[in-house]
Design a protein around this ligand. Structure first.
Ligand code: ASP
Length: 708
């Protein structure tokens, strides 16, 4: 009996070892796919199935869609991505009468598809250009000189490459600051149209309550289609354009996955900070994360309040509110994760170990002291710089005032009205400075924001600006000046620049006076920050090289919006780490959430009816629970920008669309952690279910090769 018990526990132990596949940190660039042991990991694919510059591979089905990722799922340019990736576009084509954001949108044929302002890029090839970029850079140069040479070299390479490939978009991405650079060639498709977006109570079910949370039940998916000119070349929107034919599109696996299955992602993760020193984490933990999350909370509250009784204004502000809320919670999650994992201490210990290894081998450790002293400056000035920075970032009207002041500085003497030559030039320069940056969401929001910033600046001892100190009641002051200023109305303001530029030059606008007063302080703050950043950047290659040499570490570049590969397994949480440790969520739980009075869990009537249906094709149901899987969890290494990334099974077939991470995985941006890092996708079975049973969208399903 005892022997048998021993035998069976041994079998269980071996099974567990076999099951708990080793995954690790790694957003591998295409150039480092050879670091992956595809066979041991459980793939039925090899490296060239993922990327094959000589043939066709899965990367040909991938697109960078705005700040997100998408993938081709049909031979006619149909792309699957997230609901939240097209949220802004949908808000843009919605109105009170045609509220696609609320009700969803379905083009039952191509002529109904709606033009949206998105572009998509396909990675065609890449090349390491580090040597060319760093040519003529010498250690004796100042950080600024180095940066200038690097920029000049980049421009030269880009010019040459663009001349050779006029049809492609060429970008050089810094894989590691001052150390390694890769040139990417992209095909850019500019005519993208909306095909399908589910109703908001599916696409955004759970809203902010469930954002960055597990368990989750959000149908965060949508479809768009890329078009090209009749000659097959990328072209601007035209009704005559034809659907783009991708080299490769993904096959759908409508059966989905089960626990422990291997899954992988190709996508465009945005930014991570894994190669930064320990002091960087300290700076973020002490200042950036708490400051920004609190400030965004304040901004959101103002917008919600203003949009309460004005649906059109709310729709205009909705994408901004959504993005602020997203960052706020992400930053709170990071703070939580940093505390739980004590990452700062781990990083510090690692740096101490590096220092002692280097000392024992007589390495030059001066750069570590330099990093330390630069961070002292950064920490000392953090609060001041953060507040001053928000004046121009969050107030379009103040930013416009700054542009006027800058141009007055450049041309301190105003000539006569009759000097048309001068005024034409001045006008052109001012318009250029304002272009693209001068956007006002709402004049009241501008007024409230500046009042709040003045109040906060005056409460910060390291900010001593006379013009601000004079303002005793910021709210009253702001209300007065915003009654008069023209700067909150870009259309009128542009008209004035056009007709009477001298009036703008000589403006007695109080906002311009404030900008004048603040300009030297803002300039000093920005110059100091740039100088510190440049010097820090200069130390980073040494930190990296030392880690490789003295700590035997290997180097996978930080995410930088270039195409990456990552893999992992469908995997829940260790007991105790999450209230829902299982890696799937199901339809019945949606009703449990909906029975609370949280508006984020509301369901519109058609969606409620849809979810209640019993007439589901058995093939879409999870065989174990006989329920419909909604979302799934896996231990991959993803970050922002991976939204919309296809989640594929071991055969490279589509089983889900990545859209989020769990709260504890927001930490990924600093470090991947095997217990905490979990990413989330909408299960492909829920996508198919919605298309089929809500909209009877057989044309989309057939196009994707699904016959139910
Ligand atoms: N929600 C994120 C995005 O928009 C995905 C993530 O950060 O994991 O890219």
């Amino acid at each position: 009996m005892f022997k048998n018990l021993l035998k069976s526990s041994l079998i269980i132990a071996i099974a567990l070892v076999l099951k708990s596949h080793k995954t690790d940190e790694g957003m591998f660039p295409l150039s480092q796919l050879n670091k992956v042991d595809f066979k041991t990991a459980g793939f039925a694919l090899n490296q060239s199935d993922i990327f094959n510059p000589q043939g066709v591979s899965l990367t040909d089905a991938l697109v960078r869609l705005g700040g997100c990722t998408g993938s081709f799922v049909s031979p006619e340019g149909l792309i699957i991505t997230n609901h939240h990736c097209v949220f802004g576009s949908v808000a843009g084509v919605s109105s009170k009468e045609k509220d696609y954001l609320e009700n969803g949108f379905y083009a039952s044929n191509k002529s109904e598809e709606l033009k949206v302002g998105l572009t998509c890029k396909i990675t065609k090839s890449y090349e390491d250009v580090s040597e060319l970029v760093l040519d003529s850079v010498s250690p004796r140069m100042s950080p600024k000189q180095k940066k200038d040479i690097i920029n000049k070299n980049i421009q030269t390479i880009l010019k040459r490459e663009r001349a050779q490939n006029p049809d492609l978009t060429i970008e050089i991405s810094e894989m590691f600051v001052g150390y390694s650079y890769t040139l990417f060639r992209y095909q850019t498709l500019k005519d993208v149209r909306l095909v399908y977006v589910p109703p908001r109570t599916i696409g955004e079910f759970g809203g902010e309550t469930d954002n960055w949370e597990w368990p989750k039940h959000t149908g965060d998916f949508s479809f768009v289609r890329a078009y090209v000119g009749k000659d097959g070349k990328p072209a601007e929107y035209s009704p005559d354009n034809v659907p783009f034919v991708p080299k490769k599109h993904l096959t759908i696996n409508p059966k989905g996955t089960k626990s422990d299955d291997l899954v992988f992602i190709l996508g465009y993760p945005g930014t991570t900070y894994r190669h930064q020193p320990a002091q960087f984490i300290d700076y973020h933990q002490q200042y950036i994360l708490p400051f920004i999350s609190e400030w965004y909370g304040w901004r959101m509250q103002q917008m919600e309040e203003l949009g309460k009784n004005d649906r059109d204004l709310y729709l205009k502000m909705a994408p901004t509110i959504k993005s602020l809320a997203n960052t706020k919670k992400n930053f709170e999650g990071k703070l939580f994760g940093l505390k739980e994992t004590q990452l700062l201490k781990t990083k510090q210990d690692e740096q101490d170990e590096l220092l002692s290894n280097m000392k024992s081998q007589k390495g030059n450790t001066q750069f570590l002291n330099t990093i330390d002293s630069l961070y002292k400056i950064r920490l000392e000035n953090a609060q001041k710089n953060l507040i001053l920075g928000r004046f121009s970032v969050d107030c379009g009207s103040f930013n416009a005032a700054l542009a006027i002041v800058l141009l007055k500085e450049m041309y301190p003497k105003a000539p006569k009205k009759s000097d048309t030559l001068f005024w034409n030039k001045w006008k052109a320069e001012l318009s250029k400075k304002l272009k693209g940056q001068y956007q006002i969401l709402n004049p009241k929001l501008e007024e409230f924001t500046i009042a709040e910033l003045v109040k906060r600046a005056n409460a910060t001892p390291s900010i001593q600006i006379k013009g601000l100190k004079k303002i005793k009641n910021p709210k009253k002051w702001a209300s007065k000046i915003y009654k008069k200023t023209l700067l909150t109305n870009p259309t009128q303001f542009y008209a004035m620049i056009e007709k009477e530029p001298w009036k703008v030059y000589n403006s007695k606008d109080k906002l311009v006076a404030l900008a004048e007063e603040m300009m030297p302080h803002l300039r000093a703050s920005s110059e100091e920050q740039t100088a510190v950043s440049l010097k820090l950047d200069e130390q980073l290659p040494q930190l990296l090289e030392s880690k490789i040499k003295y700590m035997n570490q290997s180097f996978v570049p930080d995410a930088n919006s270039t195409l990456r590969f990552t893999y992992g397994y469908i995997s829940g949480y260790k007991e105790g780490l999450n209230k829902h440790p299982q890696p799937y969520t199901y339809r019945k739980e949606i009703f449990e959430k909906n029975s609370t009075d949280n508006v984020d869990y509301r369901l519109s009537t058609p969606v409620k009816d849809l979810l209640k249906t019993d007439l589901i094709d058995q093939r879409l149901l999870d065989p174990e629970t006989n329920d419909l899987a909604i979302c799934m969890l896996y231990n991959m290494d993803t970050t922002g920008g991976n939204s919309g990334s296809p989640v594929m099974d071991k055969n490279g077939h589509l089983v889900g669309v990545n859209f989020d991470r769990a709260y504890t995985a927001t930490l990924n941006d600093y470090s991947w952690n095997k217990d905490y890092s979990r990413s989330i996708a909408v299960d492909i079975r829920y996508v198919i279910f919605t298309l089929k049973y809500l909209n009877n969208a057989n044309n989309i399903l057939t196009e994707m090769g699904i016959n139910l």
